[in-house]
Design a protein around this ligand. Structure first.
Ligand code: NAP
Length: 413
């Protein structure tokens, strides 16, 4: 795939970029390794200050960055601005909470015959992030903010259709005061990911994207015995039970399906509706879907813009909903769990027993009740089954790429 900004509205190639030459890639890898050696020794306070600077600058550029996102992948400008705001929050969150997440964890020394024993969290070095285009700033930011706070060095291989967002992120972190080469963007095609991941200077990888891409990266990482976090596809169930407020549930169902022009891994994609309310649900849902304004993503009245690329037409990675009628929550769960993916999930019910059953039995990494599935820096994000493994965000996401080093100190002589 050529590395270029192609307007999702007109199909016109707006800007093209050259791929890195082999020599340029080697130079970037060498720089990343050198940066890792010194960056790991910086204090958490210094890192937090740089994250705050990045947040301050991004906050001033919400409009221009929002325009760039819309021009590259076609989400509405309104949604693009919200994505940038979320990134600002993510940067500030890790600047504020990172120091606490990085504190040593004392254990009971007496039980292991030590004078002192604790776990200390240390960075693991250079981490490769392979990221998708659908939330071009936020997907990369939710890797970058915790990684940089942890003292790791980032290499970003972004999707080939969002090169300007990719380059902007490198510039943002550099201008924020992070030392040179602590965060670099690699303009390379997907086939060169293998070379980077096999490079001994690269310690680990995280990939958000499709199942085939995840399989490929996991296979290489397995061969190299390197840590990898995978955030892959979702086919999230959205279950609606009779006790719910249908007005609210259908409002959120439409958002759940059409957010990001229907191109989010955590969009509600399969709707399981109890038969007692299915006619009413379908009537309201169809009416509300029909009322959405499809059009120019820059227009503030537009709800749904164009799909990002031509290939979107062949997938359910777009605003297309499937509705099943079910007779019970057990049946809904059985159907929902019959799918190989297990990313997010959604239940609409006022019944406490149903909520408990849903939390206990749904096979997903995330279970949202009476609200749309979304990501927050404060709580973990990730999936099970073929949706991948590992967690992003919160303290768990930060620690995925850290060495939890056990320290045991014997009694003094
Ligand atoms: P994709 O083809 O897998 O692309 C994602 C990234 O992986 C891009 O940077 C791509 O580079 C790269 N890539 C593609 N094939 C690769 C390979 N064999 N080895 C290494 N890297 C490879 O995904 P997409 O279809 O564009 O993006 C949408 C997908 O992402 C959907 O399936 C969606 O469900 C998933 N997604 C998941 C999450 C989550 O958190 N679970 C979030 C968002 C999206 P190029 O662009 O150069 O091909």
């Amino acid at each position: 795939m050529a590395i270029a900004t192609t307007s999702p509205v007109t199909g016109e190639v707006l800007r093209s970029f050259d791929e890195l030459t082999p020599e340029e890639l080697e130079d970037k890898l060498a720089r990343a390794a050198a940066a890792a050696a010194s960056y790991r020794l910086t204090s958490v306070e210094e890192r937090a200050e740089c994250l705050h600077h990045a947040a301050d600058r991004l906050e001033k550029e919400i409009e221009s960055v929002g325009r760039m996102i819309t021009s590259e992948m076609g989400k509405t400008f309104r949604a693009a601005e919200q994505e940038v705001v979320k990134c600002v929050h993510g940067l500030r969150f890790y600047a504020a909470e990172g120091p606490a997440y990085l504190r040593d964890l004392e254990a009971d020394a007496g039980r292991v015959g030590a004078k002192q024993t604790f776990v200390t969290y240390q960075p693991i070095g250079v981490v490769l992030a392979v990221m998708p285009w659908n939330l071009p700033l936020w997907q990369a930011m939710r890797f970058a903010a915790p990684a940089l706070m942890a003292g790791n060095v980032g290499l970003l291989k972004h999707a080939s259709n969002v090169p300007q967002c990719a380059l902007y992120l490198e510039e943002l972190f550099r201008e924020a005061g992070f030392p040179d080469d602590v965060f670099q963007t690699l303009l390379i095609s997907a086939r060169r990911v293998e070379q980077v991941l096999r490079d001994p200077r690269v310690a680990a990888a995280t990939l958000t994207g499709s199942e085939p891409a995840g399989r490929s990266v996991a296979t290489i990482a397995g061969d190299e015995i390197k840590k990898v976090v995978l955030e892959l596809g979702g086919s999230d169930p959205f279950i609606v039970m009779p006790s719910t407020d249908l007005e609210r549930a259908t409002d959120v169902a439409v958002t759940a399906r059409c957010l990001n022009n229907g191109q989010s891994c955590i969009n509600g994609k399969r709707f399981f509706v109890h038969r007692d309310i299915s006619d009413a649900f379908i009537e309201m849902f169809v009416a509300k879907m029909g009322a959405l304004v499809v059009g120019d993503p820059m227009d503030e009245d537009t709800d749904v813009g164009p799909l990002a690329t031509e290939s979107g037409r062949r997938e359910v990675f777009g605003p297309v909903a499937q509705i099943w009628t079910v007779g019970s929550l057990e049946e809904a769960l059985r159907e929902a769990n019959g799918h190989p993916y297990g990313l997010g999930s959604n239940l609409w019910s006022e019944d406490e027993a149903e909520r408990e059953m849903f939390v206990r039995d749904i096979q997903s990494g995330m279970a949202f009740i009476n609200g749309n599935t979304t990501s927050f820096p404060e709580i973990p994000f990730g999936g099970v089954k073929r949706s991948g493994y590992g967690r992003e965000l919160s303290d768990l996401g930060m620690r995925e790429f850290m060495n939890a080093k056990t320290v045991w100190v014997g009694q003094d002589a």
